[in-house]
Design a binder for this molecule. Structure first.
Ligand SMILES: Cc1ncc(COP(=O)(O)O)c(C=O)c1O
Length: 358
């Protein structure tokens, strides 16, 4: 379907106020945002507006009952500085999966991708050129009906914002294997990208950081045995030559980097198992010298090597060399910048409209 997206341009650009090639993600926002309103059972008035505040009623239901979901992806520059999106249709599908779990309306997937393209085309001057830098895109949806009472809202907003993200040179990370708090239970909301999942993870993450770790490694809620994922990443282990990643069992977010890395590893000739894996299996593999590599994967960091997993009771040290992880990281980065052939058709180029200033 083709949509008319109304454009109201900002009077001036703030891009020159920032060093977009080195600014950390999430601090600066570009000049425009994409907005669409849901009312009377349909999405209305898709538009690009100058970035700014949005009036919010204190009874907006997202603030009380937490109907809020989000996505994250990056725009990079490819050959001839063409802006590129990485698998945006997967983010559109996952947003709707989250919407379904949270009792929220679906957002049309083609409009999701069109909104992203339109915003990135207008903001292409904000895409950093440094290696490893990108324009982070944050589509999200929340309930903005003013009502007090426990039911699904009837009014929502869908917005896409963009924030330049300087190079993220991921250093090896230490993970705290959490045995008090849990992130997800079967039947819960762990497999949705719902704001509340992150709210519940903030204190445990602070505690883990205070103990010298970078992120939490979440374990299952019954026995604290089965590995789920890391704070904002899925996790892989290389054990005796094979890769293992926890299967999507309802308590794990279906990461888009995860699914891409599985394809890349298989393409490179590795066996990849998606199956339940316990922390005991990882400890034993380490003791037997079979634990060869481990890394977390996600949009924000790409691939982050794991150097240690532990808590008050144990410490697993990972080997310092991560040849396969590094190779996969390099391949993924090069596909995202068109330095390597995109044989999986993951890249979506963004056409710059003739009315967009170069
Ligand atoms: C809880 C969680 N797991 C995994 C991921 C990785 O997902 P993706 O690769 O789609 O960024 C993220 C990041 O969005 C996350 O927040």
């Amino acid at each position: 379907m083709s949509y008319t997206i109304k454009e109201t341009k900002a009077a001036t650009s703030r891009a020159r106020e920032y060093d977009i090639n080195s600014i950390p993600m999430g601090i600066a926002f570009t000049d425009h945002m994409f907005i669409c309103d849901y009312d009377n059972g349909q999405w209305n008035n898709p538009r690009i507006e100058p970035m700014g505040l949005i009036p919010t009623h204190p009874a907006a239901m997202a603030l009380h009952y937490g109907q809020a979901i989000f996505e994250g992806l990056k725009a990079t520059l490819g050959k001839d500085d063409t802006p590129l999106l990485f698998r945006p249709e997967e983010n559109a599908k996952r947003l709707n999966f989250s919407a379904d779990r949270m009792g929220m309306p679906e957002f049309p997937e083609d409009l999701f991708v069109e909104g992203l393209k339109k915003l990135v085309a207008i903001e292409h001057n904000w895409i950093p050129k440094n290696e490893g830098s990108a324009l982070y895109l944050r589509p999200f949806m929340y309930a903005d009906e003013a009502f007090i009472g426990m039911r699904a809202a009837t009014k929502y907003k869908f917005i896409i914002m963009a924030s330049p993200a300087g190079p993220f040179f991921s250093r090896p990370i230490k993970l705290y294997a959490e045995t008090k708090y849990v992130r997800a239970v079967n039947g819960g909301t762990g497999e949705a990208k719902a704001a509340g999942n992150y709210a519940a993870a903030i204190r445990p993450t602070e505690f883990a950081k205070a103990k010298g770790y970078d992120q939490v490694l979440w374990l299952d809620a019954q026995n604290f045995e089965y590995i789920q994922e890391v704070g904002t990443m899925n996790i892989f282990f290389k054990i005796a030559g094979k890769f293992v990643t926890p299967n999507l069992n309802g308590s794990v977010l279906a990461g888009i980097t995860r699914m891409s890395v599985i394809d890349l590893l298989r393409d490179k000739g590795f066996e990849v198992e998606e199956r339940p894996i316990t922390i005991t299996e990882v400890k034993e593999a380490s003791t037997n010298g079979m634990l060869e590599e481990s890394f977390g994967v996600g949009t924000a960091v790409g691939i982050a090597m794991v150097e240690e997993i532990g808590n008050m009771d144990f410490t697993i040290k990972l080997p310092k060399e991560n040849p396969v992880s590094k190779d996969v990281q390099d391949t993924l980065n090069k596909i995202k910048t068109q330095q390597l052939e995109d044989k999986f058709s993951w890249i979506v180029p963004v056409e710059l409209n003739s009315d967009v200033e170069a």
